[in-house]
Design a protein around this ligand. Sequence first.
Ligand SMILES: O=P(O)(O)O[C@@H]1[C@@H](OP(=O)(O)O)[C@H](OP(=O)(O)O)[C@H](O)[C@H](OP(=O)(O)O)[C@H]1OP(=O)(O)O
Ligand SMILES: Nc1ncnc2c1ncn2[C@@H]1O[C@H](COP(=O)(O)OP(=O)(O)OP(=O)(O)O)[C@@H](O)[C@H]1O
Length: 353
Amino acid sequence: MSTSVSDLASLAGTDSIFKFVGEGAANIVFEIIQPASSQNDILRGKLLRVPKARTHALNYEELQCYWETAIKPLFRDGELVEQSLVRIGAGRHVLSDLNSVLAEFETTRRRDFQGSRVDEEAEYGMLVDDMRKKNPDDTVLEFKPKWIFQSPNAPFNAKRCRNCAKATLRASDSRRSDGVVNGGGGTPPPSYITDSPVLCSIDVLESKLNHRARDRVLAIITENLLQPADPRFDRLKAWLELNHLLPRLCNLQRVNDDVFAGGCLEADPAQQHPKLELAMTLRDCTCFVRIPADPTEEVEAKLADLDKKNGAAKLRTWQALERRLVEEGFYTAPKPREQWTCRLERGREDHEE
Ligand SMILES: O=P(O)(O)O[C@@H]1[C@@H](OP(=O)(O)O)[C@H](OP(=O)(O)O)[C@H](O)[C@H](OP(=O)(O)O)[C@H]1OP(=O)(O)O
Ligand SMILES: Nc1ncnc2c1ncn2[C@@H]1O[C@H](COP(=O)(O)OP(=O)(O)OP(=O)(O)O)[C@@H](O)[C@H]1O
């Protein structure tokens, strides 16, 4: 692990302000806005990422060590959002300030994240490259290139990739709980996700060569916000066609699972499974794509959130989910009310290119 660790204790007594940027299940990201009079260079172009309290995630020292030794060597320079540890615990004032910021806009947070707080016992945070817009006219996209390579546990006659199968399962569960709450009738709640388009792995995999697959990926990652007439649309299209990052990630997701041992379903919970942990880490990252407003500047794409998975704590959950996908037929059986069909189910109809 890198030896010199910076310290946010220097922010004490300055008029620095923390601004909420985003959150996931295990981490929260803030911008530190420093007064012009006391700018700290280590924070330039960086955001502060901190752990949430009471998650099953590993501590930041372990995450950073893993990222440096197991993840970084798998990628080329510039393909990852850089991250470094920063000491944050001293005096605890930073952490309690962050929690005050969260408390201020509790109701606007994602419903299942409300009430979660920054871990006030944390000793370290991370400084990560700020992947937001550099200029107001830049466009930044964020998506999770999950399971680009099919699950090794999917049956040979699967009609859905892991992403489409999982989305179908979620929709089915949501419908079932809607049935319990509303007696099966009424307007679906806003969280009801049936029929929402899914980033289908097969489309991602084929978006380099196949224009229809590419168009579907574009529609999803831009959330239909970029129109084909927009010059940024073409630049993104060219990136999808030419990038090496997603194919590299796909290959890493493929080669790092215990494929020959039968994926997570065959893993013994009494043993350690470093390869499976690596594969699951690579399957749950975020891709940021920044399209600069200036057409002479290149599209920049980087992967973030490559945190080591806690296999010991999560293996049974992974297995339970995979078992449901297989045994309840989410990979294989068409569900009548789903509008969204996986590329596997539709077949390779658009292989004409
Ligand atoms: O199980 P999945 O495929 O739903 O992935 C989980 C993610 O759900 P998603 O489908 O991306 O919305 C989930 O994302 P959200 O919190 O739902 O945004 C987490 O990334 C979770 O990882 P961890 O528990 O924080 O280590 C992810 O769990 P892992 O399976 O990667 O451990
Ligand atoms: N480097 C970055 N630049 C800009 N925004 C970021 C950056 N890192 C994270 N974010 C924002 O913060 C959100 C949460 O961050 P992060 O992915 O680290 O949380 P997480 O708990 O690891 O998520 P997950 O539940 O998906 O594992 C992201 O979805 C994104 O909107």
